[in-house]
Write a protein that binds this ligand. Structure first.
Ligand code: ZN
Ligand code: ZN
Length: 442
């Protein structure tokens, strides 16, 4: 004890890491580290003795201009499990809420999922711009029913990676559809050890990975490079029009006299299926635009692959409810109600980071009496949103469709859609159609 105390004094003098010494009940002098420990709410000092769990100077963060005036953590840091957002120390993500908190970071930042987190639920996901790099650390992202990101990069030249994750998606869009809408990085964007499963349906520029490149509303475009290492896609890609469709990239979209350079390795594969209401063939990697494709460093001409035919058959509102005309080869019809809704703050302003949540509320299969026109859903004359519910759900009572939203956010407007897919006996999709059935006004 006496020797320990002397040692502490020496440490104290030489490293200046102590604030104060206080006698304590368990018979040792606390020796408080000057570096603050913190969590999302509080900061405190720990004892320099590893065997002592007592703390001192516990207090709540008070943020002034985004920095706690006592401990110096930023209001962004406390939105994550730990980390600084740098390449050496990425923000660490331990749950779905922290994953969604990536939306509040606008400066170029690094993110990584915490060791041991195997799965993150994406049911409440709202897509946003990722200006930075993301390491999923082997995580499985499940129940995603919208895009993962709207944009990657922010119209400047960066080295960006998205790696080590698997995603299960069921995304139906009435415009372009892909996991990411746009690559806005003028440098190299690397996708490594990524798996995409599920279903992606759009009416234009549809692909598994991304729809557009660097030419957008903020930039006239730029050359850019996308590198795919061990990217495996077995998702079903459906374009319900004759618009561009491809397995990986819909439209290179780099702007005048610019191009996409796509680099692929041998482990990158598409083993899903592509359905189109248009041409019978699609390009294996990129549908249209200016691009060059290198496989293992060699310039290649991509293969043309047959698409499977699909027809668009929309639900129809009749006196009995919503019906659909059954395809003669249909063995199963699946019906889902999805809602794309927007949130508002206390003052009634749209919350930009909370817009466009897409929920799949009801899914049912119909396998009997599949002839002529079949009823797929009751009719309703109005719709409303109930926030703070126990679970996501929808029901029709007395002609009113109620959407239950299990989130403590004021969702107040949106569009309700009825999605219908018809499958043949082999389980292949033969027709699909999505109808906007109601608009909820705020
Ligand atoms: Zn102590
Ligand atoms: Zn603090």
């Amino acid at each position: 004890m006496k020797r320990t105390f002397k040692l502490l004094i020496v440490l104290c003098l030489s490293l200046s890491i102590c604030l104060s010494l206080v006698a304590c009940a368990n018979g040792h002098m606390h020796f408080w580290n000057t570096e603050w420990a913190f969590d999302k709410t509080n900061h405190w000092h720990t004892c320099a003795d590893d065997n002592c769990e007592d703390i001192s100077n516990l207090g709540e963060h008070v943020f002034v201009d985004g920095v706690c005036e006592t401990c110096g953590v930023t209001s962004l840091q406390v939105k994550f499990d730990s980390g600084l957002g740098t390449q050496e120390s990425p923000y660490i993500i331990s749950n779905s809420e922290e994953l969604a908190n990536m939306a509040s970071v606008t400066d170029f930042t690094y993110f990584k999922v915490k060791d041991g987190v195997e799965e993150l639920d994406m049911s409440n996901w709202t897509a946003f711009r990722l200006n930075g790099s993301f390491d999923g650390n082997g995580v499985k992202l499940v129940n995603l029913s919208t895009r993962l990101f709207t944009h990657v990069g922010n119209n400047e030249e960066r080295e960006i990676y998205l790696k080590n994750f698997e995603v299960n998606v069921n995304f139906v869009s009435n415009s372009h559809a892909a996991l990411i809408k746009e690559i806005d990085n003028f440098g190299t964007t690397l996708f490594e050890n990524v798996q995409i499963h599920g279903y992606i349906e759009g009416e234009s520029n549809t692909a598994a990975l991304f729809s557009f490149g660097t030419a957008n509303g903020y930039s006239g475009g730029s050359n850019y490079t996308v590198e795919l290492k061990n990217v495996k896609i077995d998702a079903t890609i459906v374009c319900v029009t004759a618009q561009p469709v491809a397995a990986f990239v819909a439209h290179a979209f780099a702007g005048a006299s610019n191009k996409l350079t796509l680099k692929i390795d041998n482990d990158t594969q598409f083993t899903g299926e592509i359905y189109s209401a248009g041409d019978k063939k699609y390009n294996e990697y990129v549908s249209i635009g200016d691009f060059e494709i290198y496989k293992n460093g060699e310039l290649i001409t991509q293969a043309e692959v047959e698409t499977k035919a699909i027809s668009k058959v929309l639900p129809v509102l009749t006196e009995e409810g919503y019906t659909v005309s059954v395809n003669e080869n249909a063995a199963k019809i699946t019906v889902s109600i999805t809602a794309q809704i927007s949130a508002y703050d206390e003052d009634g302003n749209l919350i930009p980071s909370k817009t466009g949540i897409t929920m799949t509320l009801v899914t049912k299969d119909i396998t009997e009496n599949l002839v002529g026109n079949v009823k797929i859903f009751d009719c309703f004359t109005s719709a409303k949103i109930v926030n703070n519910a126990n679970a996501y759900n929808a029901e029709i009572v007395d002609g009113v469709l109620t959407l239950y939203v299990a989130q403590s956010v004021n969702y107040a407007s949106g569009v309700v859609r009825l999605q219908v897919q018809q499958y043949n006996a082999q389980g292949e999709i033969i027709s699909c159609g999505t109808l906007n059935v109601y608009t909820i006004e705020k």
